[in-house]
Design a protein around this ligand. Structure first.
Ligand code: ADP
Length: 311
């Protein structure tokens, strides 16, 4: 079983409308899904045939509603209850645009966080891979993921981390390392204070190799949207590319990539299979209109088109 962690989930609500009218009424038929990056990972892992358990923090009426949405999606879940209301995020899809309203979410209390850590320690014993995705809610210290990384390491369970900013920075500065990190190009540029483009992969790879913060992480993957990705593993550097496509909806492609990596790691796959699986998932998500959903019927075609080159 694979455990996915979402500390700041949301009820994703989309309002598709032809034309957004400002300062007047817009009538909408909403679509609501259990959202948050880890939930996207859970959905894709389910599509790939893995047993998945979703965990994190949920609170209030919105938390209860979120549980019913996960039940309807067939996602097994075991979230720690909190007093604050789980957030709602609204995405207005209008005239080819996506205008988003993202609630900041609840503030987490110290005892709630400790209850989650205790739950996480129990759940880790029952799984063979963990994914940790997204931002931390208010009240949770920036170095919180360091604790999860350490607990997974104690149990020798691989942990894949997909976060950014201060939460990623704290993990990179810690002694115990996650099994895999997958920043995208803009996240890695922010972290390094650089402006590398996909054409400068060689220079970026050199910069990362020279950066002690990445030493000791088994897999370092930098995803670059339509330009594919590159990865370091066991002293090897890989460039992964696939014919680019005009994305139908690339939101969740990074989460789908993480799902592909977790699927491969849990199965003990080879380096090349792992990289091909991750990239196939990212691309198949970009080819589907739904977020965190693969156009699975095109699997063979896309998988066979992914080229992995050792540099
Ligand atoms: P994130 O969602 O974290 O920003 P990316 O946009 O880098 O992640 O996408 C993750 C992966 O999805 C890429 O490495 C690539 O394999 C695939 N992907 C995303 N967009 C496209 C696209 N337009 N064409 C082909 N592959 C894509």
């Amino acid at each position: 079983m694979i455990l996915t962690v979402t500390m700041n989930p949301a009820i994703d609500t989309s309002y598709p409308i032809d034309h957004l009218v400002i300062d007047d009424v817009n009538r909408v038929v909403p679509k609501k899904t259990a959202g948050g990056k880890g939930l996207n990972v859970s959905r894709v892992l389910t599509q790939l045939g893995n047993d998945v358990l979703a965990t994190g923090l949920l609170g209030g009426h919105m938390g209860a509603y979120m549980r019913s949405l996960m039940d309807a999606d067939g996602i097994a879940h075991d979230f720690t209850p909190i007093a604050g209301e789980t957030r709602v995020c609204i995405s207005v899809l209008h005239e080819g645009n996506q205008t988003e309203f993202l609630e900041s979410g609840p503030t987490v209390m110290e005892d709630e966080l400790e209850a989650f850590v205790a739950k996480f320690s129990e759940l880790v014993e029952q799984v063979n891979c963990v994914t940790v995705s997204g931002s931390l809610p208010a009240g949770v210290p920036a170095d919180f993921y360091v604790r999860l990384v350490s607990i997974a390491a104690e149990h020798q369970v691989p942990l894949l981390l997909d976060t950014s900013g201060s939460a990623l920075d704290a993990v990179l500065g810690a002694e115990v390392k996650p099994t895999l990190v997958k920043p995208n190009l803009s996240e890695i540029n922010t972290l390094l204070g650089t402006a590398y483009t996909p054409e400068q992969v060689g220079e970026l790879a050199d910069a990362l190799k020279a950066d002690a913060r990445f030493a000791g992480i088994e897999w370092v993957v930098v995803s670059m949207g339509a330009a594919g990705s590159f990865a370091f593993h066991n002293g090897k550097t890989y460039r992964v590319a696939t014919p680019p496509i005009e994305a139908v909806n690339a939101t969740g492609s990074g989460d789908s990539t993480i799902a592909g990596f977790a699927h491969a790691i849990a199965a003990g796959a080879s380096d090349v299979t792992l990289l091909k699986t991750g990239n196939t998932c990212g691309k198949l998500n970009a080819m589907d209109s739904r977020t965190g959903h693969l156009l699975i019927e095109r699997w063979d075609e896309v998988y066979n088109s992914v080229a992995v080159i050792e540099l």
